[in-house]
Design a protein around this ligand. Structure first.
Ligand code: C2O
Ligand code: CU
Length: 512
């Protein structure tokens, strides 16, 4: 289906307000509801699931160290409108089909509010999963100001619940950051980028069978990766955004199931990246392309001041799957959105960006007391479908990643597969150390590691706090993390949602 590009204005999700203040703690209620929404001028309304009935959900704006309480409520029907594969862990026929649980991605959250995949609940909390603990989640926001993402995390159907629309922004602000006078108000815009496919009647299309399956697979069956035909930003297909000739701040989130984006601006404009997953970098970094795997965020400034009257297109040239899949069609998924510098300058521009924000207290690899070597493996499930594993283990095997509270650890992730995987840990932000090519074949034979090149430093825009890192094929990706301030049950996983739902997720237990 051909949809005209850049005909709809970019929607900006509303900010959510607390219902009340309970002993000094703002209390929010967020209901998940089905809703028919216009995703493109020429499409019939599309059934989506939205937090508070919006896709994307409303944006939280909170202050550093201000605790908030959120009651996430499920008001969804009991049947899913997307194809549920009952052969996937947690989605078997004997569990309720529609389960939800909310994870605040990148949040330093106590374990009972972290949205463990088994802490799911159904409509009105009628049924709850084995690890369900509380109806009201508490977020202490004890972390640097940054861009977080709340999204569904229910075991076995995370890919479907996210695809249905259960996603939203969660911004943490702080006094230190306010001092830099970054663009704000109408000049600070969150951009949730996702790929989606549609049926001719306007409904969301999600495949129920792997393409070219040469094996007998169940129906519906999980696919290796969902790769969509259109780009949707803040819930509109290929939108446009009218801007003034000045600086803007964009909080970009790749919220796709599996698609990587390599974003570029036309007219030779650069992104000035100021923040990564875990807040401001030490200094702004100018980049011509912005590579974002699913779940990665980039906090960027774009300066349109020299572009009065121009049209600036955001393009994408990342192959899908990444890095060796189909090249992005420049006429479809190769385009993302369009900025039109057509508005008159309303206020004066914000002041020039500082050249330095401040040193980061990133963990020191020399302080590490433990080193883990972990593999990303390609294997097959009992139906012959591709299945990715972490360290050769499935989700239900006993926990092996059990760092001690306060311990600093180095994780070496050896990617033995042919694809890049965004690796995400709950609870903590970490520091990427380097990536180094190694001989995969000899590792598979001997389990011994032979490097065949020097280590590569992280990209300049990765040298800040991260919670999701791209692990590329034939490379050892190393990062260092300190596990605090909570003990308890968390998870770590690949953030390609089809992989996560199909065994590429493991417990992460922080022990006293
Ligand atoms: Cu964004 Cu465990 O997830
Ligand atoms: Cu993966």
């Amino acid at each position: 289906m051909r949809l005209e590009k850049f005909v709809d204005p970019l929607p900006i999700p509303p900010t959510i307000q607390p219902r009340s203040i309970r002993s000094g703690i703002p209390f929010y209620i967020v209901r998940m509801k089905p809703v028919y929404q216009h995703l493109h001028r020429d499409l019939h309304k599309t059934l989506v699931w939205g937090y508070e009935g919006f896709y994307p959900g409303p944006t939280f704006e909170v202050w550093e160290n201000q605790t908030i309480d959120v009651c996430w409520q499920n008001e969804l029907p009991s049947h899913h409108f997307l194809p549920v594969d009952t052969t996937i862990h947690g989605a078997e026929k004997n569990v309720p089909q529609v389960r939800t649980v909310v994870h605040l991605h990148g949040g330093r959250t106590p374990p009972d509010s972290d949205g463990h995949p088994d802490a799911w609940f159904t409509r009105d909390f009628a049924m709850t999963g084995p690890r369900f603990q509380r109806k009201v989640y508490r977020y202490p926001n004890i972390q640097r100001p940054t861009t977080l993402w709340y999204h569904d995390h229910a075991l076995g159907i995370t890919r479907l619940n996210n695809y249905a629309g259960l996603s939203g922004f969660y911004l943490i602000r702080g006094a230190e950051e306010e001092k830099f006078l970054l663009p704000k108000g109408p000049y600070e815009i969150p951009l949730l980028i996702q790929d989606r496919s549609f049926k001719p009647d306007g409904s969301l299309f999600y495949p129920c069978k792997p393409p070219r399956a040469n094996v007998k697979v169940p129906c519906p069956s999980i696919v290796n990766e969902f790769i969509g035909e259109t780009n949707v930003v803040n819930g509109k297909v290929w939108p446009h955004c009218d801007v003034e000739p000045r600086k803007y701040r964009f909080r970009i989130l790749n919220g796709s199931n599996a698609r990587f984006y390599n974003l570029k601006l036309s007219a030779g404009l650069h992104w000035i990246q100021i923040g990564s997953d875990g807040g401001l970098l030490e200094a702004p970094v100018s980049v011509s392309s912005l590579l974002l795997a699913p779940a990665e965020r980039a906090d960027v400034i774009v300066d349109f001041s020299a572009c009065k009257g121009e049209i600036i297109t955001v393009t994408n040239d990342a192959p899908a799957p990444f890095p060796a899949g189909e090249p992005a069609n420049p006429f479809t998924v190769g385009m993302v959105l369009q900025f039109r510098v057509h508005l008159p300058l309303n206020h004066s521009d914000s002041p020039p960006l500082p050249t330095f924000f401040g040193s980061l207290k990133l963990p020191n690899p020399k302080a590490a007391t433990y080193r883990r070597r972990l593999t990303l493996d390609e294997s097959k499930d009992r139906f012959g479908r591709m299945k990715m594993l972490l360290n050769g283990r499935t989700w239900s095997a006993p926990a092996t990643e059990t760092p001690k509270l306060g311990a600093t650890e180095i994780w070496e992730v050896l990617n033995l597969s042919a694809k890049s995987h965004p690796i995400h840990l709950h609870l903590i932000q970490f520091r990427l150390l380097d990536r180094r090519p190694f001989d995969v074949e000899s590792f598979m034979k001997t389990r011994r590691l032979f490097y065949n090149g020097p280590p590569r430093m992280p990209d300049p825009n990765e040298r800040g706090w991260k919670d999701t890192v791209r692990s590329h094929p034939n490379e050892v990706t190393r990062f260092v993390a300190c596990f605090s301030p909570f003990t308890g049950d968390y998870v770590w996983h690949c953030h390609i949602l089809e992989h996560e739902d199909h065994e590429m997720m493991r417990p992460l237990v922080v022990v006293p």
